[in-house]
Write a protein that binds this ligand. Structure first.
Ligand code: DMJ
Length: 599
């Protein structure tokens, strides 16, 4: 075949066709002559123009552009996209509060799968590739090894039976009225219990729970849920079940859930909204105001990071890490943080309470545990944790008047007045401090941990039920009177919700020291639960720990009873201290083990 360049080497081409073509022949000769007279530059311009016109025609033909777009979308779905288009983060915010529905969706509706455009400002999917971590090894557990573990299993089974009979698929069982209650409509008890079932070797029950997750766990309900609670209980529960069992079903569910929670991060600041609707994929501040709880927004990172590293999708870790980085940059009070933070401004609510109890607690826990989870590579997390503990020792650690019990007080108001009050929630800190010491942090933190755990134990031992109240007040006024009480409980604070924090700390203390006193204390507390919270169809929160004749059962089993309290008891009674290797696993705030990633 001739090219114009070949043609330029000959005068003409003799085409012996027929006469009627003579005019055309003459014309074509003159065109070639003119072509040959063009400079190389002019010819190149001509080629360029032709190519541009051809491309334009192709692109504008019906279906052409669509084909290109569809390919992009399906690549995105399959995770192959190397570059995602950027769009405006603030434009997303408009979507956040108003999702287009044919009619206004009502609470409780199941939402048809909506198209979801992830906020690519939150999502750095450029790095999508193969999941960086090897497939998890399914762990094997052999069931109870001693009488105490058997007793814990019996308690678990008793609770589980009541739940199964009266509340299967619902969030909580009400074991006295034989009913259930719904919080998020996510079968919370089942999902929160998965890894406990697995660790206890309750294989049949685990299988049943797995089937429920496979067939009935959906995230399409049009209902607001709390970002933090769903993250630590459901996301953490699914991920732990995935890592322990190696069953990818749990990871797939977790990924779906993670995507539905991402809209919570579409704020002007890097601080997420507290509430997110998984069905409509919209998010907002809590109904009572613009603030999120500091502990809540800073206690979702272990789970979101693990989801990213397990799935190979960086968007989850990126969104949650930004929150920690943002809070890191904020000014603090000697490392201590106020308990409210505004999701619009990104600033702490000035003069809100400083406490290691409700709304403050797991901020400190996740600093340490994130540092561990990432193979001790993100040092600002360790440094903030150390500053927080130094601030705690400087401003919050107090002693009682008589027996000099150490406790952690609160600071309230603009004057930062000291309130000698400690939530039971604070009792987690003993275990966290011990974990830090094991990982090379200051040795004197172990003395701090030992004393705090001792005080927490006293909050149980000093009650006739051997169960601690939700909140304890301490007497700090110096007195010569040795009969004066160091601790007292107000009527409104006398309830016990089957919480885990002290049992959790006893587990860590026993794990790191081997001191059997901690096991003994755990056993005594377990007897308290057996004696005063056990009912025909399970275990119930009670309203009053101060009177064995009148415990005021509340007819409610919180999911952390199965997820944490009984799990930590079972681990505490593991004499080998090898069931969970704390150099390889980090337990989230709801007691769900997640793998530590090597540096
Ligand atoms: C649990 O849901 C978690 O441990 C959370 O961090 C604090 N409160 C409860 C248990 O008391």
């Amino acid at each position: 075949m001739f090219s114009p360049r070949d043609l330029s080497k000959v005068d003409y081409i003799s085409l012996n066709i027929h006469d009627s073509a003579s005019f055309a022949r003459g014309t074509s000769r003159s065109v070639w002559r003119q072509w040959n007279q063009l400079s190389r530059f002019q010819r190149n311009v001509f080629y360029f123009a032709v190519i541009t016109v051809v491309l334009l025609i192709f692109y504008l033909l019906p279906g052409g552009a669509k084909t290109v777009l569809l390919e992009t979308e399906s690549d995105y779905e399959s995770g192959k996209v190397q570059e995602t288009p950027k769009h405006d983060k603030f434009a997303d915010e408009l979507i956040v509060d108003s999702v287009d529905q044919p009619r206004a969706a009502e609470a409780g509706d199941v939402i048809e799968e909506p198209e979801f455009q992830p906020d690519v400002n939150q999502v750095d999917d450029d790095q999508i590739g193969e999941p960086p971590q090897p497939k998890p090894n399914a762990l094997k557990f052999n069931g109870p090894q001693n009488e105490r573990q058997k007793a814990v299993i019996k308690a678990f089974k008793h609770s589980w039976a009541g739940y199964k009979k009266y509340a299967w698929g619902h969030d909580n069982v009400k074991p006295i009225s034989k009913g259930y209650s719904e919080w998020f409509g996510l079968g919370l008890t089942i999902v929160d219990s998965l890894d406990t079932l697995y660790i206890m070797g309750l294989n049949e029950e685990f299988k049943e729970a797995r089937e429920w997750v496979a067939n009935s766990l959906v995230f399409t309900l049009n209902r607001d849920v709390n970002l933090f609670e769903v993250t630590i209980r459901v996301l953490g529960g699914l991920l732990a079940a995935y890592h322990l069992s190696g069953d990818k079903l749990f990871l797939d569910k977790a990924t779906d859930l993670g995507d539905r929670m991402l809209p919570a991060f579409s704020t002007r600041s890097d601080v997420p909204y507290s509430d997110v609707n998984l069905g409509t994929r919209s998010a907002h501040s809590p109904k009572w105001g613009p603030d999120s709880s500091t502990s809540e927004v800073t206690s979702i990172q272990l789970e979101f990071r693990d989801l990213s590293r397990s799935s190979g999708q960086p968007r989850f870790e990126a969104a949650a890490a930004r929150v920690s980085e943002h809070v890191h940059r904020l000014e603090k009070y000697d490392g201590l943080v106020p308990i409210f933070i505004n999701a619009n401004t990104g600033m702490f609510r000035e003069y809100s309470t400083i406490t290691l109890g409700a709304r403050g607690d797991s901020y400190y826990e996740y600093l340490l545990k994130q540092w561990l989870q990432t193979g001790k590579t993100i040092n600002y997390l360790r440094d903030d944790y150390l500053m927080g503990m130094a601030g705690t020792q400087k401003h919050l650690v107090k002693r009682t008047a008589v027996k000099k019990y150490l406790f952690i007080a609160e600071l309230v108001g603009a004057t930062r007045e000291m309130k000698p009050k400690m939530d039971h929630l604070v009792c987690y800190l003993g275990g966290t401090l011990a974990l830090g010491v094991h990982n090379g942090l200051p040795a004197d933190h172990m003395d701090f941990a030992t004393e705090l755990v001792n005080t927490c134990y006293e909050t149980y031992a000093s009650q006739p039920t051997f169960l601690a109240p939700e909140i304890t007040y301490f007497n700090v006024l110096n007195s010569e009177d040795d009969n004066q009480k160091d601790m007292y409980v107000k009527s409104n604070d006398a309830h016990n919700l089957l919480r885990p924090e002290l049992i959790e700390s006893l587990y860590y203390m026993y794990y790191f020291t081997g001191n059997k006193t901690y096991q003994q204390w755990g056993w005594q507390i377990f007897q308290g639960f057996e004696n005063y919270t056990k009912v025909e169809n399970g275990y119930t929160s009670i309203g009053n720990v101060r009177n064995v004749q009148n415990t005021r059962p509340k007819d409610m089993t919180e999911t952390f009873w199965l997820a944490e309290t009984l799990k930590y008891l079972y681990l505490l009674f593991d004499d080998t201290r090898q069931l969970i290797n704390l150099d390889k696993w980090v337990l989230n705030s709801e007691g769900h083990p997640l793998p530590i990633y090597e540096a």
